[in-house]
Design a protein around this ligand. Structure first.
Ligand code: PLP
Length: 408
């Protein structure tokens, strides 16, 4: 492996080579969606050019090949997450879908009933809030929230005080999408274990930046989305421990998730197919595996170190701007910077930045309760990926300074 070179990585991403409003595109919205390298686009095109066919039970060659490729993708993801078994990897349509699968099967299972409790945190994405609220409405369980401290970290002492035998599951993000905070998931999981609670980690923002080992973490569920790890939209992964997924009931009914169907009674398929009703996103799974291979060829540690440098460079320069407020100043932080300048509206800032070719995200980042915690309606957010460069950070900073001057 040659030394890490963002220019060489950039060359793999055709979408980056374009002008926006007459300026070179500087894409800093990676926490919303990252771009796909040619290797992933090729894997997807090759599937539709040579292999496309419905998987399982096909008597013909293409069906066999599509089945093999789909299951090879599962194997790639299992190795990447270090799951004990390949059948602990369930393909979903994304993080949101994975969390809904877990919350729905848990409520169907009767394992959570009135008087029980679910713990989430104050910095969750709406997709790790609303499914649990819905579960609590259905079951009569109580939703408890780990508060967020001023620096954007979780109040872990308070978390310990929320834990008791009523708590059935703790569902928290591994990394915050709005602030970049890396949560102390080992401590969270260990404490939940001592009270017999399950743990789900929302890994949507961790999977693009960190090496993940589900056995070492010892979480019960881990979810992430393809489109944030250089893969396609519409595909995601749910890891679940074999014994728990085996105990939980199926959720969606249909083809593929069954062993035998009569009008009197249906028996369900084994893992992982029990949770994969209907024709899956075959091409998406194959392209996602190509994206995982792509990240591993660069090396997760190299990606993390490079992004950390970009984040440090940008933070240092932003701090010099008058009236800047950076939200989320944890020492353990992924490559996300959320900020406001004076009383400039985040949307106005984002619009001006777009005119200068710089793509930021503005608004509440699907974290309205977190924004309320800081008494704001939203922030401007820059988020970095392996293909971003120091030069882009400098363009971003110059554009921010110019926008701030124009708007104040
Ligand atoms: C993006 C994101 C989600 C939702 O992912 P989808 O791909 O929209 O399902 C959930 N949690 C976090 C932390 C995210 O960043």
């Amino acid at each position: 492996m040659p030394p890490f070179d963002p220019q060489r990585i950039r060359a793999d991403f055709p979408i980056l080579d374009q002008q926006i409003n007459g300026k070179p595109l500087v894409y800093l919205d990676n926490a919303a969606t990252s771009h796909t390298p040619q290797q992933v686009i090729d894997a997807s095109a090759a599937y539709y050019t040579k292999t496309n066919s419905n998987i399982h039970r096909g008597a013909h060659k293409l069906a066999r090949e599509a089945t093999l490729a789909h299951e090879a993708a599962r194997s790639t993801i299992s190795k990447h997450l270090n799951s004990k078994h390949e059948h602990e990897i369930i393909f979903t349509s994304g993080t949101t879908d994975g969390i809904n699968l877990v919350s729905n099967t848990l409520s169907l299972s009767g394992k959570i009933t009135a008087g029980d409790a679910v713990i989430i945190s104050g910095l969750e994405h709406h997709s790790n809030i609303v499914p649990w609220q819905m579960l609590c409405e259905r079951t009569g369980a109580e939703l408890k929230i780990i508060p967020v401290l001023e620096n954007g970290t979780l109040d872990i002492d308070h978390y310990h005080s929320l834990l008791d035998e009523r708590v059935k599951i703790v569902a928290v993000s591994h990394v915050s999408n709005a602030l970049g905070t890396i949560n102390p998931v080992h401590e969270i999981i260990h404490a939940a274990r001592e009270h017999g609670a399950l743990v789900l980690l929302d890994g949507a923002q961790a999977a693009p930046h960190l090496k993940i080992d589900v056995q070492e973490l010892d979480c019960d569920f881990y979810v992430f989305s393809g489109h944030k790890v250089y893969g396609p939209t519409g595909i995601g992964v749910l890891y679940g421990k074999e014994n728990i997924l085996t105990e939980l009931p199926p959720w969606r009914g249909g083809g593929e998730m069954i062993k035998e169907v009569t009008f009197k009674h249906t028996t369900y398929n084994d893992l992982p197919f029990k949770y994969e009703a209907g024709t899956p996103d075959i091409e998406g799974a194959i392209a996602l595996a190509a994206a995982i291979d792509y990240m591993n060829a660069i090396g997760m540690e190299n990606i993390a170190a490079h992004e950390h440098n970009l984040q440090q460079r940008a933070t240092k320069a932003l701090m010099e701007i008058e009236g800047i407020r950076i939200f989320g100043t944890a020492t353990e932080k992924a490559a996300v910077i959320s900020f406001l300048i004076g009383d400039i509206h985040h949307y106005d800032l984002g619009t001006l930045m777009d005119q200068m070719g710089v793509a930021l995200r503005t608004g509440h980042h699907c974290c309205q309760p977190l924004m309320a915690r800081f008494n704001i309606t939203g922030t401007a957010r820059a988020s970095f990926a392996a293909y971003n460069t120091n030069e882009e950070v400098d363009i971003f900073i110059e554009a921010i300074k110019k926008s701030a001057r124009m708007l104040s």
